[in-house]
Design a protein around this ligand. Sequence first.
Ligand code: PRP
Ligand code: URA
Length: 209
Amino acid sequence: MENVTIMDHPLIKHKISRLRDETTGTNEFRALVEEIAMLMGYEALSDLPTEEVEVKTPIETCKTPVIAGRKLAVVPILRAGLGMVSGITALVPTAKIGHIGLYRDEVTHEPHEYYCKLPDPISERLIVVTDPMLATGGSGVEAVDFIKQHGGKNIKFLCIIAAPEGVKRFHETHPDVQLYVGCLDRELNKDAYICPGLGDAGDRIFGTK
Ligand code: PRP
Ligand code: URA
């Protein structure tokens, strides 16, 4: 599928296996989410434009590349997407951070918005949306809808685990958005949880139930 990248790296695979383990505690879970986001961010940002600047080394003056052009905005989907932000800002410390608050109705599984604050103007930025889980795809699709309504154009979406149903819905609705998936799981269960998945990402990151 064009614009859909499934990660294939032993470090990401290993860390996702640790995430899945129900005995992995909150501290380790949080650290793993951050590390996976950093590894995925490294891949997703591999097409950032660079420009040559002049630098004086202790030996001589040379031309050498630095990141140029579009500025970055990281937009986590609250709550669970927050856990990925520090992994991306470790790579690009100057990134601005927006927030979109969505929760899934437990019965209908439909997303509901409760917060939206994005860097202004968003149209000139490369926008990296983060959410560890893409299940039905409803939350991801709605978050990108909001960003586009606010003028966002150049959007990448990073999720750690996705269900095939979510990838299909997301890609059909937003084929222009580059989707990066840490691992593509088997299916959704009747409660719209990803199988085998890792359970409720927000609860495991924040230690709530
Ligand atoms: C989870 C997850 C995604 C959403 C995925 O959030 O972090 O945002 O569900 O499901 P979907 O693809 O079917 O929309 P949740 O609504 O549980 O909120 P939380 O992050 O506050 O725990
Ligand atoms: N949200 C989660 O946190 N986990 C799932 O499996 C599905 C949605």
